[in-house]
Design a protein around this ligand. Structure first.
Ligand SMILES: [Zn+2]
Length: 194
């Protein structure tokens, strides 16, 4: 999925690759991933879920304090296609409000849950001054394909300019425990390209 936007250049870049971590913050996995990124001095965007963010305020502030972007990944991560237009709007608005409350800054990027688009969500996103960010390459760090070997293979295929989808949030079928097995090697590769 290619999403062109002038604001995309503002995504924190690791070389020319744009790293994104979704569905957090996660008490266990987000700090691990923050440590790995800090070790390599690499910046990323964390698309947080508003209601999880409010449960982990210090973690959200740590993400921002380390220089990463905090993006809006909706209030509760309900599937956009299951929502009424008004509920979909509220998902965007409340997700952004949670971030603004925690870090004192409105998010500038929005990614809908499951990458599924709704017109009402996009309208609300634009009203809030956020830009849509989907992804070019998924690590598929979830479900039955989400084993370290497969994640590693998919990350090796990342090319310059790619927006890469990964997950720090471990709820549901996400498998950040598999991701962190191969993330150090992937980050080391990125540095070599600079
Ligand atoms: Zn998600």
């Amino acid at each position: 999925m290619k999403t062109f936007s002038p604001a995309m250049a503002r995504l924190p870049a690791a070389g020319s690759v744009y790293l994104t971590f979704d569905d957090g913050p996660d008490e266990h996995w987000t700090p691990r991933i923050l440590d790995l990124l800090a070790h390599r001095n690499i910046l990323a965007t964390f698309f947080v879920v508003g209601r999880f963010a409010l449960e982990q305020p210090e973690l959200v502030r740590r993400i921002a304090a380390q220089g990463h972007e905090v993006g809006n990944h909706s209030w509760s991560h309900r599937h956009p296609w299951t929502l009424s237009p008004e509920a979909a709007r509220l998902e965007v608005r409340d997700g952004a409000a949670a971030i603004a409350d925690l870090i004192g800054q409105e998010p500038v990027f929005f990614r809908p849950p499951h990458g599924r688009l709704r017109r009402s969500m996009l309208e609300e996103m634009e009203r809030g001054g956020q830009t849509l960010v989907l992804w070019d390459r998924s690590a598929v760090d979830w479900g039955p394909l989400g084993r370290a070997s497969g994640i590693s293979r998919r990350l090796k295929a990342v090319q310059g300019g790619d927006i890469v989808l990964m997950h720090d949030g471990g709820r549901g079928i996400n498998r950040p425990g598999e991701l962190v097995k191969v993330l150090p090697q992937f980050l080391a590769q990125l540095r070599q390209h600079e």
